[in-house]
Design a binder for this molecule. Structure first.
Ligand SMILES: Cc1ncc(COP(=O)(O)O)c(C=O)c1O
Length: 440
């Protein structure tokens, strides 16, 4: 494949890569490349794979639906699988009332932002135009999503074109400001939000990831953090928009993370795991209050001006239904809660590696932060991309890895077995040790 490809790869310095390995097939947690090499998919194909690859039930579902209806528009029409899936999503998502479909997580968040801003216009409240967010959050790569999930290293080149938001810190247990306990720090973060809410009544919505900031480096919220924000939103009449694209449907060991966090969103977005990682689909759900504000006479122009060509695709919807049914039939959430304990077995060995600064883990998600100086917590910063170093070393050890900055991300398919996870974590440890000399 050397130099014959015309593909421009995502988030990649193309000059670093001569070619890309071609994945020819995959089964369970194993990816097989064109040379026959096998690697464990340690990132669940960008955090979305649930049952492993080539699951016969999901394949059958694609086959069956594709014989009946491949795609038909949701403009003026509907289709059975999209209807059935919406019903299912409403059943599992407390407080939600309607489902708006899109094709990917970034779009689902664009829609959530639009819904939250237009809600206030629809009810005649023109002052509420600001969006509040958490620093270090990530919500996708489109312009609205970049605005609310502003990661400076990724997006500063577009800063002028992005809309401004009010950002609040999220408490990071590894980087507590001097002189504070973690609990003080958390309270300080909450107080900042409350003060601002008391002063400004122009905040339309608070947008945050549910349960943890994933792309921001696996920052897991302390127990009551999200609940406290939810309460403040209700008290000060700010809509709460939760992003469960990476954290919903089991990644953190819960089906619906906002329920676990005892928080009450007005709008919530799901993606990634929705179709088990087989087809592209996302959904933005709104509660009755938000949805009803969009109703009116046609010439009031209250309806939502948003729609994508592949919205509500019946093949994607039917696979999502089967996927969600399989969660119930296989008791997946219970299984995850058990399997996730395997991670704990390796804490000590991983933290014993001298470039490991911190391990952050919840459910089927682990972030290992690499530092060149443990005391100063200085992130490793080699000239070559850390991702490439880990990809190459991982490959030698039979795992497919993609890092985020100085964080090694372990995000396996949710149904990975205990034996497979043991093997994966042993290989991760080997890989970190092997990569060390190239990192500092
Ligand atoms: C929390 C969160 N929101 C939104 C997105 C964007 O989803 P997509 O990549 O499907 O556009 C991601 C992707 O990683 C994410 O982690």
């Amino acid at each position: 494949m050397k130099n014959t490809s015309f593909v421009w790869h995502p988030n990649t310095q193309m000059s670093e890569w001569e070619s890309f390995d071609e994945i020819k097939s995959a089964k369970g947690v194993w990816l097989t490349d064109s040379n026959g090499n096998k690697m464990i998919d340690a990132v669940a194909s960008m955090w979305c794979n649930v049952w492993g690859h080539s699951n016969p039930k999901l394949i059958k579902c694609i086959q069956n639906q594709s014989k009946k209806l491949q795609h038909s528009s949701m403009f003026n029409l509907t289709n059975g699988p999209a209807e059935k899936l919406a019903k299912k999503l409403i059943e599992v998502s407390p407080g939600m009332h309607r489902v708006f479909y899109s094709d990917n997580g970034s779009s689902a968040m664009e829609i959530a932002i639009k819904m939250s801003l237009q809600y206030w216009k629809n009810i005649g409240e023109s002052k509420k135009t600001q969006i509040a967010t958490l620093k270090n959050g990530y919500h996708g790569d489109t312009f609205g999503a970049m605005s609310v999930g502003y990661v400076p290293e990724f997006f500063k080149k577009f800063k002028k074109q992005l809309f401004s938001t009010i950002q609040f810190p999220a408490p990071n247990r590894y980087r507590i400001p001097n002189g504070l306990t973690f609990s003080d720090y958390e309270s300080q973060c909450i107080e900042k939000i409350e003060k601002k809410f008391q002063k400004n009544n122009d905040i339309a919505a608070f947008v945050m990831e549910s349960g943890a900031q994933v792309a921001g480096g696996v920052i897991i919220y302390p127990d009551n953090f999200q609940r406290r924000i939810s309460r403040l939103c209700k008290k000060h009449d700010v809509l709460l928009v939760l992003d469960e694209i990476a954290t919903g449907f089991g990644r953190l060991g819960s089906m619906i993370e906002y329920k676990k966090q005892k928080s009450i969103p007005d709008i919530v977005a799901f993606g990634k795991m929705l179709t088990g990682g087989y087809l592209t689909m996302a959904a933005t759900l709104a509660n009755k209050k938000v949805y009803n504000s969009f109703l009116g006479e046609f010439n009031e122009w209250k309806h939502l001006f948003h729609g994508h060509t592949y919205t509500g695709n019946p093949i994607a919807a039917s696979i999502a239904i089967e996927n969600l049914n399989m969660y119930e039939k296989n008791n997946l959430i219970k299984k995850i809660q058990k399997t996730q304990k395997i991670f704990e077995k390796y804490y000590q060995e991983i933290s014993g590696i001298d470039i490991v600064g911190d391990i952050r883990h919840k459910g089927m998600l682990m972030g290992i932060e690499l530092v060149s100086n443990q005391e100063r917590k200085t992130p490793v910063s080699p000239k070559k991309s850390i991702n490439k170093i880990f990809f190459e070393e991982g490959k030698k050890n039979g795992i497919y890895l993609r890092t985020l900055g100085n964080i090694v991300m372990i995000v396996p398919p949710l149904a990975i077995t205990e034996n497979e996870l043991n093997l994966l974590l042993k290989r991760v440890i080997k890989t970190i040790k092997a990569a060390k000399s190239q990192l500092i």
